[in-house]
Design a protein around this ligand. Sequence first.
Ligand SMILES: *Cc1c(COP(=O)(O)O)cnc(C)c1O
Length: 746
Amino acid sequence: MSTTPTVVLSGVHSGPNPSPGLGLARSLRLAWPRLRLEALDYSPRSTGLSAPEFDRTHIRPGWHTADLGALCAGLVSIVESAGAVFLPGLDLEAALLTERAPGHPALLLPPAAAFDVVAKPGETAASLLGLAVPEHRFAEGIEDAADFAARHGWRIWVKGPRYQAVAVTNRAELTGALERVRDTWGAESLLQRHVAGTEESVVFAALDGELLGACAMRKTMVTSEGKTWAGAVDRLDQPTRARLVDLVRVTRWTGGGEVEFVRESDTGVPYLLEVNPRFPAWIHGATLAGVNLPARLVAAATGIPRHEREKAHSSGFVRVVEEIPAGPHATGALAPTHRAVAPEPAAVGKHPSGMPVLSRRLTPARPRPRPSAVDPVRTADIAAALVVDPYESPARVLFGGVLDRGLDRLTAVCRDVEDATGVPTRFAYSVKTNPDPRVLDAVLRRGALVEVISQAEARRCAEAGFPGDRVVLGGPAKWWRFDGGPVKFGAVFCDSVTDLERTVDLLTTGAVYADVVGLRLAPPTVASRFGIDVTCPRTYRRVADALRRAPLGRVGLQFHHAASQIGLRAWLREFTSAVTVAADLLTRVNSRARCVDLGGGWPPWLAREELGSQLTRASRVAVRELGSLDQVLFEPGKYLVEPAMAVFTTVLDVRDGPLGRAAVVDASIAELPDWASHPHPVLWRAPGARWRKLPAGDESVLGRLCMEHDRPRAGLTLPDGIAAGDHLLFLDAGAYDASMSYRFGV
Ligand SMILES: *Cc1c(COP(=O)(O)O)cnc(C)c1O
């Protein structure tokens, strides 16, 4: 190496989502004012190319045009002919170079084995570092992904293979994020549970498996994309340093690296988010705090003595935006921009590094997935329901076997809770979820209760044979069109303080009789339009006054918020805080609760054991707070009926359109009005053939209506041979798809 060495840096874009090149250049300049620095990037739009820190710039052909081998060879020759060392700023470029020029002494890159260790979700790296890994899954498609999201209370991240992480809180965001990650990176998404806590980073430099230095950083400001904008820099504690020494040694790490993790607020557990095989963009912040890792790395790799000692300017850093003169390469290359109507995913779409193109080129093409066999139990259920095809299409089909097994499961759950808590436990089926007489009859014959939200539903249940004491009445409109009675209910739950006052009046006049009368409790911290929020002091006082004026007989407390939306953990937390305050309120008015009713919104995929243990936990909390109880109730709706019906349809047309390949069917979102809340699995049958399940993909089934959004199912791969006249069966259509379906265009 010459005595005035050169360093080549790639990835020099400076924007809201910057690459580290410019920060590396500044740190190296601080150590060696006369060092020669050359910048390398893949588009003239990379703004750092204009920075005065650079003595020379190289704009390489974009990844879409060039032969990857030739691109790597060209880069190596730039580095060799300058007698330089190279520090990468782009993950995928680094991985490619490691593969194409392994062990090259001038390329300060981790070896291939290190890339394997840090590949997301980074389990090996996490175990070396003593960190946990958040629950995760690779998404095969929307069915898988929606299932994972619901299990984690719809607080998850959809991550690209190396870059990009999108926060997701609902089904529409999930669909969008999966499509965007696949279109951008060409690869499947990694789904990860959101961990609430503070994000921290450790940055380090190493040569041949030896740690040259490291420090910690806590983000104190982030951009809307979650990128660091300001941070506090700190020394590394001894145990963390020891673990980092292990990681670096085991992987024979060379170059820069960053470990990003989050410490969960609730538990204090540190979870690994990712390990980056390069210095982070905020690297100069560490230098300013007195730890110049890029200089340590270059000094160790080249043997050049350093001119100045490391000096701490402060213990934290902030970013600023700065205008500088545009370099000659930039003139003409920067097309005028227009403001997009919606914010563009700036992190990805137009990033001058071209990483998305490279990622798509590096991702092997996957074979087109084929429809798969349907499991034998499902096959038998379908055979029993479709002995002959329905006399019309589309048609809703009831799977009696699924309904029976669902009722068995609910009976078993009651037994489990009763055995664990000693409190008699029953369920009340939510009629609004699907009021089909066949469903009501099956529930009646099991001896279970029903839960209704209107007088009309109550009458329907009476006609179906339910005695009044097996009917639970709730909701905000329970006295709408009330005929004046007298009428009897098993339980009545009041949705507001005024509803409580009106109900008390009706009880006093004898128009209504109820075994149990009580309050529906609102979740204290999750927004809901339903129930009484007793944690609000004013409401607390009003309820207490009402109960002092007119003491209820046997008091009940109802809590309902969809666990399928907020997750089981949050559900139990909300229930616990609501019931604790309610218990205090009842004590004050000299009353006690005899019955708790644990709502519905139980997701259909919940196993018997999971539902049983959730209800057991909640019942124990209730007994602890309220004292002994006469009865525990719960109110399954979709848990019982969602899988019990399907919609049978006929294919009218198969076409190639702007949304890709699609089958048009004679059903529509009028028959599947709940299409947006959960992805319906779709089975396909050619004439005379068996039903087969359609795999994930990017094709759709369109409905018969002239409405843009009549697309009951996207994210599928249609079979090669699908044709008009074939049949499709939309599964899991037995809950709100049934009760909310309407007549449209028929
Ligand atoms: C709607 C409703 C249910 C049933 O909800 P699902 O999501 O169908 O399980 C249960 N209890 C009450 C009070 C409801 O309003």
